[in-house]
Design a protein. Structure first.
Length: 396
């Protein structure tokens, strides 16, 4: 089994009246050849959120533009978490959501907290109309009825001044011209652009690490050291946590030098939310032996650095871990470190092998390749620590 897997997200642009890209809708795709989503359930939504913010990095996907993500009932009513700050992502309420009192109350609460909600495929029905006071965007299907019906939907929405209208399914130049004349603010459809598939390689987080992390974080008194140790034992989970810190939604631009510092900055509640979504997304397991080798390199860097007095142990662990992840994903390691909130010392050590930590990393990698460095004792210590850590019984 490969230790990495391709991750796909569909991205379709929304344009303003001047023809400029104003936002993107992010869509679930389960294969590089999928033209449309094979699923629109909570697992699909979870995967879009997790991959957009942690496998790609939201800035890489949409730049400084707003993005819209489809939400199911579970996300709206709080059964599944939204691990980003209000106002950073447009939340689309899908047409299949049963609009009852709970959903209306949840929409009101989300808007009150600063989120921006959108109704997808608004038809003017009584249930959907209950949501209008609580949303900022309404999408109207330009193919769902004649011009008189569309005019009626527009008039209904314009009774609430803050609502911005999005014309969707613009399939012909004639429909685009009609939408412009009706005064829509945003436009989406195949006549403008089709969904574009974006693919990257992501490490497969192991379910075991996520279960342990959730167990750690669910405790009344969270043992932060134990939680960080759980994250460090799964390279993919560790890099996701680092990327979570760097997500624009968190507003955290302070560079970090260790996973412990990243967890402290991100906060236990948000780490718990990311771990929960990773469970729901149900990403495939990675090759345990290859992932173990990555953790061994990280632990060796830590033990060597501590023995030499070359730097803080947790920082050296992070350097070794990131270098191993870069090897597994392939391509320039700088493409990985550029997406993470790292201190210059850590980034330079990983990318260019400079500084005391770079010397440690180079010696460890040389030894792992059969070089002359005398690190046999460090290897045995790292193997013992890694094997003992990864074979721990599940916590109760």
């Amino acid at each position: 089994m490969d230790s990495t897997s391709p991750v796909h997200i569909g991205r379709q642009a929304l344009y303003d009246a001047q023809g400029h890209v104003a936002a993107y809708e992010l869509l679930f795709r389960d294969s590089p050849h999928a033209m449309e989503a094979a699923a629109r359930d909570s697992a699909a939504t979870s995967q879009v959120i997790v991959e957009a913010f942690t496998a790609f990095g939201i800035e890489e996907l949409v730049g400084d533009k707003r993005c819209f993500i489809n939400l199911t009932r579970e996300f709206l009513v709080g059964e599944l978490p939204l691990p980003f700050e209000p106002g950073t992502v447009g939340l689309e309420i899908l047409p299949g959501v049963d609009v009852d009192d709970d959903v209306v109350a949840a929409a009101a609460a989300l808007t009150e907290s600063g989120h921006r909600l959108a109704i997808d495929g608004y038809t003017g029905d009584a249930a959907g109309a209950r949501l209008l006071p609580h949303v900022h965007y309404v999408k109207i299907d330009m193919l769902a009825g004649d011009r008189q019906r569309i005019r009626g939907l527009i008039d209904q929405c314009r009774r609430i001044p803050r609502i911005r209208l999005i014309a969707q399914r613009i399939e012909t130049p004639e429909l685009l011209d009609l939408a412009v004349r009706h005064g829509f603010q945003l436009f989406q459809g195949h006549a403008l652009s089709r969904p574009h598939l974006v693919t990257t390689q992501a490490l497969n987080p192991t379910r075991l690490a996520r279960v342990r992390l959730l167990t750690e974080l669910a405790a009344e008194d969270v043992d932060l050291d134990r939680a960080v140790a759980t994250i460090e034992r799964d390279p993919a989970l560790a890099v996701r946590i680092l990327r979570g810190v760097n997500a624009a939604s968190n507003g955290l631009k302070q560079p970090v030098s260790s996973i412990f510092q990243a967890v402290v900055l991100l906060g236990v509640p948000q780490v718990r939310q990311w771990a929960t979504l990773m469970m729901v997304a149900d990403l495939a397991d990675g090759d345990e032996s290859i992932l173990t080798d990555a953790v061994v390199r990280a632990r060796m860097c830590q033990t060597v650095a501590e023995r030499r007095g070359a730097g803080a142990g947790p920082t050296a662990f992070t350097v070794g871990l990131l270098s191993a992840i870069g090897d597994l994903i392939g391509g320039p390691v700088g493409a990985l470190t550029d997406q993470l909130p790292l201190t210059p010392e850590v980034a330079e050590a990983v990318v260019h092998g400079t500084g005391d930590l770079g010397d440690v990393l180079r010696d460890v990698r040389t030894y792992q390749r059969g070089g002359p460095a005398d690190l046999h004792g460090d290897l045995l210590a790292a193997l013992s620590w890694t094997n003992g850590s990864l074979s721990e019984p599940s916590l109760q």
